[in-house]
Design a protein around this ligand. Structure first.
Ligand code: AP5
Length: 211
């Protein structure tokens, strides 16, 4: 498998972004992430689409899903330009899973399993370097450089109330997607509650074994 087409699934905070960065480097594939794409377009005017809110940011800041029509177009465009990829943040409901089937085939579907208590702890402690986009955690993975530490920011949707809302949205909309891939017999589960390097060893091995 020269350039694998990988889907990475998991709850908010499961480590999809952290592991995707490593997959991108190791397997020379593109990171296609709806969360980052939408954060770069938070103020985009989507009022013509007859949506409840006028911009993606209004959905995101409340922990709700951005309408399918907006997200499907972003993913379709990104995948049409990618060879191999790791897709992170999509599909988040069964309608999106159906759309994805029309867009591309997948070689591997990975699922990072993490308990809810740990997810809340990871998300409320997450910080990002606005200059590099690198992800840190105040306790698990603080930056070594004081200058970097001073400029870290918290994502708008990482306060505890919004985190709990996002986890509720995940349970309701995205767990059926996990069941869908499980029923198809293609889901590869990885214990995402281990230390990041141990998760990475398991993720890497799963991808290599599927090749
Ligand atoms: P998105 O950006 O996709 O957020 P998410 O799915 O909620 O996932 P996160 O990015 O929060 O977590 P992650 O799994 O990447 O964890 P990370 O590696 O950072 O979506 C945001 C919003 O956009 C949605 O709420 C929605 O509004 C909208 N949206 C996006 N896609 C959409 C779609 N398809 N349809 C509709 N709307 C959509 O790790 C988290 C923290 O834990 C970090 O601090 C990290 O350092 C730490 N960490 C990671 N791994 C470990 C480990 N093994 N041990 C200890 N700490 C760890």
């Amino acid at each position: 498998m020269a350039q694998p087409r990988i889907l990475i699934l998991g709850a908010p905070g499961a480590g999809k972004g952290t592991q995707s960065a490593k997959i991108t480097e190791e397997f020379n594939v593109e990171h296609v992430t709806t969360g980052d794409a939408l954060r770069s377009n938070k103020e985009m005017d989507i009022s013509e689409m007859d949506t409840e809110y006028d911009t993606p940011g209004e959905y995101m800041d409340q922990g709700e899903l951005v309408p399918d029509e907006v997200v499907n177009a972003i993913v379709d465009e990104a995948l049409s330009q990618a060879g191999g990829f790791v897709l992170d943040g999509y599909p988040r409901n069964l309608e999106q899973a159906e759309e994805l089937e029309d867009m591309t085939d997948l070689d591997i579907v990975l699922m990072l399993d993490v308990s809810e208590e740990e997810l809340v702890h990871r998300l409320t402690g997450r910080r990002m370097d606005p200059e590099t986009g690198d992800i840190y955690h105040v306790e698990y993975n603080p930056p070594e450089d004081d200058e970097v530490e001073e400029r870290l920011v918290q994502r708008d949707d990482d306060d505890e109330e919004t985190v709990r809302e996002r986890l509720g949205v995940y349970r309701e909309n995205t767990e059926p997607v996990i069941e869908h891939y499980e029923e198809q017999g293609v889901l590869e589960r990885v214990d995402g509650e281990q230390a990041p390097d141990e998760v990475w060893e398991a993720v890497k091995k799963t991808i290599e074994d599927a090749a």
